[in-house]
Design a protein around this ligand. Sequence first.
Ligand code: ZN
Ligand code: ZN
Length: 176
Amino acid sequence: MSNTCHAKNCSTVVLPRFLMCSRHWAMVPPLIQARVYKHYRPGQERDKNPSTAYLAAAREAIDAVARKEGLLPPMERLSETLTGPRDLYHCQSCSTTEDLSRWQEHDEFDKPEAVCVVLCKGCDEKLIEKHPRLYRRLALNEPAPGAMAICADCRHRDGNRCCNPGLRGLIKVNNL
Ligand SMILES: [Zn+2]
Ligand SMILES: [Zn+2]
């Protein structure tokens, strides 16, 4: 039986040990590619017994490509779906002022964005790990456009999102 690329609507024939054709594989974000490699076990394509972790990573890869091709709706954003206060001093989920940390939001392709979500310890444990979108905890004093005390009165701030059009270069520098 021939094995085809697992990306949605793709019928390119690939070797059974490959999840996708090279064109689609190149569209998978590097972090997800790394998870697929990590959980791949040589021979799993013959005994048809891949691990649950591999299947989960493969699912992520397939969904990431489908989002990129517009075949799936984009992932939700905690910065938009959480209804609590959008400032640096409250958890955006439960509004508490205790034990807060800032989480930088990433785009569909795991690229950091100028958006932060402030969450308390209890809420981050509940929300971040299982969320399909990538979030990264910012260190205590790490600069983050839109989510620093200095940004509070800035005209470019919208919630904890920095909308300064000159920002792109800055984000790159912060994530070197
Ligand atoms: Zn393909
Ligand atoms: Zn909370």
